[in-house]
Design a protein around this ligand. Sequence first.
Ligand SMILES: [Zn+2]
Length: 465
Amino acid sequence: MIKSIYNKFIFLLIACGSIYTSHSQVNPTKVLSEYIQIKSVSGNEKKAGLYMKKLCEQFGLHTTVFSDSDSSYNFCASLVPLELKLPSILLINHIDVVPVEENTSWKHPAFSGKIDRDTIYGRGSIDMKGLAVMQVFALKRIKEMARPDSLTKNLVLLFLSGEETGGLNGAKKIIQPEILDQLKPLVVFGEGGGGLKNVIDGKENELCFFVSNSEKKSIWIKLEATVKSHGHGSVPSSKTANKILLKAIQKIENTEERIIVDNDAKKTLRALGDIMGGYKGFILKHFHWWIIKPLRKKIIHSNEALQTLVTNSYQLTQIQNPKGGSVNQVSQTASAYYDCRLLPNKSERPLLLKWLFRIIDPRIKISIIDESPEAEPSKLNIHFEHMKASILTVFPKAHVIPLMFPATTDNSYFRSADIPSFGVLPFELNREMVESVHANNEKLPVVALEQGINVYVELLKYYTK
Ligand SMILES: [Zn+2]
C-alpha cells in the first residue's frame, strides 16, 4: 500500500549584505546557498526578491514588478517582454519561508546556506527557494537555445510573497484581472508532489512522481462556548463552557467519515494499482466498486495516505481558555479550533457547515476564521502530458501519477481563476528530505538541483517549438 511517507506531504504539502549582490560566480549551487542566506520569513520577502530579480536581469530576462513592499514583493521574469502580449507558460515559486522554531537542532545554522559535500542546507532549500533556482537556470538555458522572434508563447517565472501565510500578499493579488491580463497564463506549474521511492509495498525501487492537479480545500473553524456558570471551582456544575465544548468535540471526533472516490481519486488509485499489481493492486484499481465497499473502511484505517485521498478530515488543533485564571476559577468561555480539509468538490463546504450546525450544541458559536479559495481540479490536459513526458525524459523508468495534494498551495488561487495548474517538485526526494520540509535540517542535494533544472528545460522546450 502507499506508505506513510506520502502523508508527510501534508506538511509540505516548501539577510545578506552587498557581497551577495554581484552574482560573481553564477552556478545554481552557489545561487541557492546565497538565496537561503537572505532570510525571508513571510512578511520580509523584498530583500530576497531583489536578489533574484537582479539575477534574472543579469541573465537577460525581462522583469516586471507587480507589488513592491517588504511584505508583498511580487515580480515576474520573462523570456520576452510582457508588452508583446503573448500567452504565457507560468512557472511559479514563493520567496517566503516558514520561521525556524527555537531549540531545534540543525546540522548547520538554518540560514547559513552551507554547502556540505554535495548538499545545500538551509530553510527554503526545498520549499521553495530550490525550485526558484531550478526555474531560473532552466529559463537561462532555454534563452541560450531559443529564437525569441519565433516564439508564440512567453515563458514566465513568477516570484511570489506570502505563500506560507495563505497567499494573500502574493498569489491572491496576482489573480486580479488587471495582472492576469498582462500575464495571459495558459498554464501554471508550481510546487506539489515529488519523485519518491518506497511508496508501494513490494515495489520499493519504483520511482513515482506525484503531479498534483487538485488540492484539498482548507477551512479553519473556531468553536466558542460562552456560558455564565458558577465562577468558583468548588461548586459542582455540568454546564460549564469547558464541558459543553468537550461534548461538542466528542461528537465531532466520534462521527464516522464518509468515503468519496471521485474521478481524480480513481485516476490516482488506478495508476498505483497498476504498479502494485496482484490482488492488492486490483483492490486499489477498483476501490470505487460496490463489491469492494465492505473492505474500504478497514483499508483506509490502516493507511493514512489512502484515507487522505478519499475522505474529508477534521483535525482538532487547539483548545483554549482565556489566559490568567487560577485553577479554582471556572472559565466562562472556551474555544476549540479545527483545521478541516475538504475534498475539492464544491458541495463539500455547505455539507460540512450543515453537519456542524446540526450536531453541535446551539450554545456554541461556529465561525470560519480562514479558508482557501474554491478551486476545481485541473483536467489532465496537454500541459500535464508535457510535464509527464519531461519527467520521463530525465527519469525514463519513473511512473508519473496525478494526485490530489492534501495541503493548500498557491496553485489553488490559479485554479480558482480557471487556469490549469500542476504541482510537482521535479526531482527525486528521499524520506529524510521530505521530513525536513518545514522542520529542521532542510536540505537539497546538488544532484537534485540539476535534475530539477533538466526537467524544467525539457518542459519549456515544448513551448518554444
Ligand atoms: Zn511551499
